[in-house]
Design a binder for this molecule. Sequence first.
Ligand code: T46
Length: 354
Amino acid sequence: MKKYLITGCAGFIGSNFVHYMLKKYPEILLVNLDKLTYAGNLENLKDVEGDPRHVFVQGDICDKELVESLFAKYDFDYVINFAAESHVDRSIKNPEIFVQSNVMGTVNLLQRAKEAWYDAEAKTWKEGKKYLQVSTDEVYGALGAEGFFMETTPLCPHSPYSSSKASADMFVMAFHDTYGMPINITRCSNNYGPYQFPEKLIPLMINNVKHHKQLPVYGDGMQIRDWLYVEDHCKAIDMVCNGGKIGEVYNVGGHNERPNIFIVKTIIEQLHDRLKDDGISEDLIKHVADRLGHDRRYGIDPTKIKNDLGWYPETPFEKGIVLTIDWYLDHEEWMEHITSGNYQKYYEEMYKNK
Ligand SMILES: Cc1cn([C@H]2C[C@H](O)[C@@H](COP(=O)(O)OP(=O)(O)O[C@H]3O[C@H](C)C(=O)[C@H](O)[C@H]3O)O2)c(=O)[nH]c1=O
């Protein structure tokens, strides 16, 4: 039975990964280390409560003793690091926490994995081990109208968030180059789907539309993101973990580029029709001040992961967005719970001068 240390899996992508893996593998152990920050939510894991294949540990990836004790207890085969501060707007306001969690946290995991997996006398790594870093296409910077990010594209991050992720990627690669650590890095495009915290574009807009609240579109709304359904991303991570060539980076994209304003209008149209509510219209859109240093376009060429591992994004956007809207309509309580308390304060703070 394979044993995984997975971090940050009370969050959006991580919790989807837990569901995906438990469905796919009858025999597996997932030890889920999560600090339960604002974006982590045990309700995301309610469905798997009581499943002996999933062990939840509340804690920080920066905590040396805690991570050491988990390696001693479980003798992991794999580490998959999902844990990260992930919201670009928050990083613009408060960069330090991004360095702490994303850079220092990654280095702590790498160090603890190395201590557990590396025999310094024999200068060999234990068989079958791997560290997988879940990263982002934002480390490559921004594209103009043409071209795609390839795995060979030089890193050129712009935001404090993407700088912290690029830095973490470089540490992962440094552990491979310096010590021969078995690693992979995956770099994904914008994920969407169930359990996403409503600070991100799609769940934020769904929630605002439902409540007839203004829809804050940054700048002209013509920035382009490449949307990837989260379950497709989870499948890619599993494939890279179990079949990716050691030391390689794999880009994981939806091959599905859309301008932000298209996404917002799609959500308005869908919810208008579904809820038969004439209060839902494009009048809700409000163009607000642009994000500082806003990257204009991201786009990924997923050829390498397709050729090497046979992965491709199976869910077309037209299907994924319907599944996603259905999920949020069916999980009103989840949304109400998550948007109560501190969320209101965050929202007012973040959007007050826009
Ligand atoms: C919240 C919000 C966003 N936007 C725009 C800003 C972006 O151009 C686009 C998506 O924004 P969001 O913050 O949802 O995601 P990105 O900044 O593209 O980054 C996301 O995708 C990458 C891959 C990660 O690695 C990040 O962790 C993840 O947060 O919508 C608006 O126009 N209005 C809004 O209220």
